[in-house]
Design a protein around this ligand. Structure first.
Ligand SMILES: [Zn+2]
Length: 302
């Protein structure tokens, strides 16, 4: 089945480490990654993520027909074969939303965001699978708390209305995250992306029905609390992600992150849970499909 990166940004400026976007996917496929969800953070990056997903689906549908196309890169034949095989079944999806950093733009952009969601869903059913990332970030507080709460509440409403999965960014704002979820009512499916809480926040998040997505932070030496939460998290609620190009896992800290490194997060979580690589791959892959209500796992745009 391979790994799936449930949350990354490889569109536009976020993907500047690559010569072209297919390189990011080829690199991922070489590390046994067979799916990614490309996440929007504002109107522009949401649009770029949608366009990139379409473009890559198209490229991959042609690519999968070319046998041996990867051998040119100089990797061994068996690795090349595996990469080609992974590319031929690679799954690509995207989300659209407004990050709490940009919450001040919510009122001006909410109409456009909704239009983007409906148009994309009409033209490419099943490709746009989530609203977000959205939520509250009181660490940076780039937008006022009031505007962050309004943008978060508004995107909860959108997730419910269009039956999409809510991708939640929560940083140093747990009380208000849970308060807004309680007031608005949790959507049918939600994900606590890049989970940075401990066992207490875990149990409250689970009580709202959320999936818990662990990032490279779990590999950091000062993350004892998060590791404890990972140990306690029920297997059927665990997702893994890179949040590329941010948050590179140990031993790659300081470098731009890439979807290929979701394997490092997965192996770490597998070790914490006492699970084999195959088991943690299967669990996180099927959880991600369920979390985003994805019914076409190997869709490449055929
Ligand atoms: Zn992100």
């Amino acid at each position: 089945m391979g790994w799936i990166d449930s949350h990354c940004h490889i569109q536009g400026e976020y993907g500047s480490q690559w010569n072209n976007s297919l390189d990011a996917i080829r690199d991922a496929a070489g590390s046994d990654v067979t799916g990614i969800v490309c996440v929007g953070t504002d109107l522009d990056t949401s649009r770029e993520g949608i366009e990139l997903t379409l473009q890559l689906r198209d490229l991959l549908s042609g690519y999968s027909a070319q046998t041996g196309a990867v051998s040119d890169s100089g990797v061994s034949d068996s690795t090349a074969e595996q990469t080609t095989n992974n590319l031929s079944r690679f799954g690509l999806w995207c989300t659209a939303g407004i990050h709490p950093h940009d919450a001040a733009t919510w009122k001006d952009n909410m109409g456009e965001l909704e239009k983007l969601i409906t148009t994309t869903s009409d033209n490419h059913p099943g490709m746009l699978v989530g609203i977000g990332e959205c939520g509250l970030d009181y660490h940076y507080e780039n937008s006022s708390k009031e505007s962050q709460m309004a943008a978060f509440a508004g995107q909860i409403k959108l997730a419910k209305e269009y039956d999409l999965t809510l991708v939640i960014h929560a940083r140093e704002a747990w009380d208000d995250i849970f308060a807004v979820l309680a007031t608005e009512g949790a959507p049918q499916r939600s994900i606590m992306h890049c989970f940075t809480g401990g066992p207490d926040e875990l149990s409250t998040a689970l009580s709202f029905g959320a999936y818990i997505s662990f990032s490279g932070i779990v590999t950091f030496s000062n993350a004892a609390n998060i590791r404890e939460a990972a140990k306690e998290c029920p297997p059927e609620r665990i997702l893994i992600e890179t949040d590329s190009p941010f948050l590179s896992p140990t031993p790659n800290r300081g470098k731009p992150n890439r979807p290929a490194w979701v394997a490092l997060v997965g192996d770490d979580i597998g070790a914490l849970k006492g699970m084999s690589r195959a088991t943690i791959q299967d669990i996180t892959y099927s959880n991600t499909l369920r979390a985003f209500k994805i019914t076409t796992p190997n869709e490449t745009g055929h």
